[in-house]
Structures are given as C-alpha cells and as structure tokens.
Design a protein around this ligand. Sequence first.
Ligand SMILES: [Zn+2]
Length: 202
Amino acid sequence: MLMLEETHPLSSKMKITVDPEKLDNFSQNHVSFYMKYSSFVFRVLKKPSFQKFLHWMLEKEKIEEHTVRAVHVKVLPLRRKNGKGIAGNCDTSGGRIRIYPKTMKFCQIFTQKFGRNTLLVYAGNRARAALIHELLHLKYIEDEKTVRELTKEYFFVFTQKQSAEFACTLHLHDDIYGKISGEKVPPRRKRDSAWISQALKW
Ligand SMILES: [Zn+2]
C-alpha cells in the first residue's frame, strides 16, 4: 500500500516523553488529561502540511535538519521559578527540543470561557509556535528578540497557507491571548509584502 503521508526527517525524530519520577506529583486524573493533551499536540505537529512548512523554514534559514536530534513532546507541564509556564525549550548544543503543555487548570478555565474547540485550536497553535521558536534558536542561539520576531513572521506565513481551517485563528489567538493574560496585544505591524509573497511560495 502506498503511504499517503509524506515523510520528513524531522517528523521521525518526534516522540512523546514523560519523566517517570514526576508522575508521582500528579493525580491519575491529571495524568490521563496530560496524556490526551500530548497525543493531540503530537498529531498536530506531525501533520504533513506543518512538517512540509518546517522543512521549508529550515531550508530558508539554512538550518540543517540533522542539527535537530530530537523533538520531545513532553506529557507534563513545566514551570519557571516565577510560576510561569514554559511552552518549549531547546538544548542548542545537543539539538534537543522540548515542547510543554499548558496546565490542566488553565485548560479548564479556558474551556469554560471559550469552549473545547477553541482550546484545541489554541493548544495546537501554541505548540506549533513553540516548535517554530525552538527550531529558530538552533540558529539564533541567544538572540531572543530575533527569534520572537521571526516566529511571528513564520507562524503568520503558515496560517496564511492554511485554508479555511486556520484562516482566522491568528486573529482569534491575539484576541483570546489578550483576554486570558490581561495583556494588551500590540497591533500587528505592517508587514513587508514582498517578504510575505516570497514566503508564501514554499
Ligand atoms: Zn526563546
């Protein structure tokens, strides 16, 4: 049988992982929630359309695919010392990327306010943006400002390429992000149309 799914080297390096010693800190209910979350994110990130996009982005940035050793979709969330959640991190010398979920508590509040479907859109986009961000760190190692700027640009390109499914999520994302975090999301700056139209050719 012919494989319909296009395989990309990055896709084969992705796996769901859990730190067994941390499992004791979570109830059975939490663990099963995070298992579902991670398998959802795993599927989202492995989608051929997104993998194709990442392949194009790595090529454009001249980041060689072999510098990515592994992408771990972590089952359990991770918090900074200040209590803020982490979306992802990258061990640039080892080429290992980790993507973390939002907490169950956050997801419950979010679902109450906006519904489950919106949560799925949000969780998927958050994971995509995190992976784009961490991949860019392989090149712009310490340059957080450039990484953030480029993440926005590339994420925008990706969403533009999606058909109706993601046509308005970027807007939605800003809107919801603003409501959840209480932060004012700055208006999207005017984009360089030449850059975008060139980018959309991937
Ligand atoms: Zn960063």
